[in-house]
Write a protein that binds this ligand. Structure first.
Ligand code: ADP
Length: 303
């Protein structure tokens, strides 16, 4: 029976995959709860696609176990595929089909109720209506990527596994796809997505998994992991201000960029305290926010 309980919609236990003498992933374990959006990060070759392929039932693991909704992704492959939407690294699109006929076909394969209507619904949701009658072969990279995303969504899956969903999209299209993913998660769809765009993770993810050389090196809630980088500009810079900034709890560095501008790095969101400390110095501007970059670079340092 499908279990959408609190124990984790996606559960991965000590997954290992070897290709000949290459160990692509080793002892990978994590859990993802219902409605969570988890960002899967790591350098090229770290093992993200391999993990996602195993979860989606596209390849088997060498050892370990993965379940979705409590069902084993190998033993219950058919049931799992029916509830999972998967955007592979290279979606197998049929070049000589139109977008609408391809999505209808994908809906049929995945067991969507009324595949033609499901295809029409997803066409407008993913911003493909204007190219519905075009051949996939004639589409730009951005539209092809959206067709890949649409085929993952056509059967209204409860779980989404998206391997670099923003690849090939321009900034406006990225914003649209992010909004769509957030909306789906708000409706209790569980999402794991890989990306190289850290700002995307900061914008939409609840939690982060960082994989390096086949092993999970960091995992946690974004709020707990990410530091903050704040840019502060004041009218009256002084050593006294720098001292006060250093005393704010969580601050790890204060860089003086001259002309009253400071860059402050911290472990937590220190903007309110910085504003208070800077008010007497003639606060002119305070900007910035979460910064995952430092966490990512530290976790994936050294090869
Ligand atoms: P990522 O998605 O993080 O870039 P991958 O999961 O694609 O990483 O790859 C992890 C490792 O497994 C890499 O060393 C890669 O070369 C290797 N690998 C992936 N797929 C295959 C395959 N089909 N045959 C042999 N090696 C592979």
């Amino acid at each position: 029976m499908v279990d959408w309980g609190d124990s984790g919609v996606i559960q991965v236990e000590q997954l290992t995959k070897t290709y000949g003498t290459t160990t692509a992933i080793r002892d990978v374990s994590f859990q993802i709860g219902r409605g969570e959006i988890v960002g899967f990060l790591g350098p090229n070759g770290a093992g993200k696609s391999t993990t996602m392929r195993i979860l989606a039932g596209a390849i088997g693991a060498t050892s370990g176990e993965a379940t979705i909704g409590g069902l084993d992704v190998v033993g219950k492959a058919r049931e799992v595929k029916a509830m999972v939407g998967y955007l592979p690294e290279f979606p197998p699109l049929y070049a000589d089909m139109t977008v609408r006929s391809y999505l209808t076909y994908a809906g049929q394969l995945k067991g969507a109720e009324r595949p033609a209507q499901a295809a029409d619904r997803i066409l407008s949701r993913v911003g493909l209506s204007q190219v519905a009658h075009r051949l996939i072969d004639h589409l730009s990279l951005g539209f092809r990527q959206r067709v890949g995303i649409a085929q993952a969504l056509v059967h209204s899956p409860k779980v989404l596994i998206l391997d670099e969903p923003s690849r090939g999209l321009d900034p406006a299209q990225r914003v649209e796809i992010r909004a769509l993913v957030k909306e789906l998660a708000a409706g209790d769809v569980t999402v794991i997505l890989s990306t190289h765009v850290l700002s995307e993770v900061e914008a939409i993810c609840d939690r982060v998994l960082i994989i390096h050389e086949g092993q999970i090196v960091t995992k946690g809630r974004l709020d707990d992991l990410a530091g903050t980088q704040v840019s502060l500009t004041v009218a009256h810079p002084s050593d006294d201000l720098v001292n006060r900034l250093h005393k704010v709890e969580g601050v790890v560095a204060v860089q003086d960029r001259e002309d009253g501008r400071y860059i402050i790095s911290a472990r937590s969101d220190i903007r309110p305290e910085v504003a208070r400390a800077a008010i007497d110095a003639g606060l002119l501007e305070l900007s910035g926010g979460m910064n995952l970059e430092a966490v990512y670079l530290e976790a994936t340092a050294g090869t």
